[in-house]
Design a protein around this ligand. Structure first.
Ligand code: CTP
Length: 200
């Protein structure tokens, strides 16, 4: 309704740090961002979106325009409310159920394209991190996946620090704990090496 929304603990800091790292590595960067409370890095083109559908559209357009590397770190809601009320919902009964419907998956849609760029996903997990991340990489047909355990206090969601493990089909590497910017810089080197190998 016009007063309330459902959200999550993601701050966008990891994605913004990656955009800055890619810019510093010499890339032309398009940063497609949901609503966040942090300033965008300078020197990158920002496309602001609010819904998962808008994120998919903006991403598809950016890939259509030509893109070598697609990194998806946004914590997109897997579901959205089935309907949006024009006026504030008033409380009536003791319980209420809010029907939710599935959102489109930007990462899986981009990775499934015949002309897919080198695609890297993120997996925020609270348990069985490696197993879920590798499963996600295979299911969404990704070249690499960056996994983090969001159950560790002081790391990940909303924090300036993080620790990640990156998986690719025949290897893995752990980075951190460190600041999100330093992790982003090291991730960009690792991703760049794999991108170069893929390009031959
Ligand atoms: N993602 C996306 N679009 C969505 C949901 C997720 O592009 N609608 C991307 C995220 O940016 C991230 C990856 O998919 O790179 C993992 O998201 P997650 O929601 O954890 O994965 P799921 O496959 O939905 O797995 P599960 O819900 O089982 O954890």
């Amino acid at each position: 309704d016009p007063v309330r929304y459902i959200s999550n603990h993601s701050s966008g800091k990891m994605g913004y740090a990656l955009a800055a790292a890619a810019r510093d590595a010499g890339a032309e960067v398009v940063l497609i961002s949901g609503p966040v409370a942090i300033p965008a890095p300078s020197g990158v083109e920002v496309r602001n979106v609010t819904t998962a559908a808008d994120m998919l559209q903006a991403s598809s357009e950016a890939v259509d325009a030509g893109c070598d590397l697609f990194i998806a770190s946004a914590a997109v809601a897997d579901y959205r409310p089935q309907s949006c009320e024009a006026d504030k919902i008033k409380k009536t009964s003791e319980q209420m159920a809010l029907p939710l419907v599935r959102n489109p998956d930007t990462l899986a849609t981009i990775a499934a394209r015949a002309d897919a760029p080198f695609t890297v996903g993120f997996a925020a997990e609270t348990t069985d991190v490696a197993r879920y991340a590798i499963d996600k990489m295979q299911r969404k047909k990704l070249r690499m996946i960056v996994a983090n355990d969001v159950s560790v206090p002081g790391l990940g969601f909303n924090s300036d620090n993080n620790a990640v493990t990156v998986f690719w089909p025949d290897g893995q590497a752990s980075i951190g704990p460190d600041s999100k910017q330093r992790i982003a810089d090291r991730l960009m080197v690792l991703i760049g090496d794999h991108l170069d190998q893929a390009a031959g």
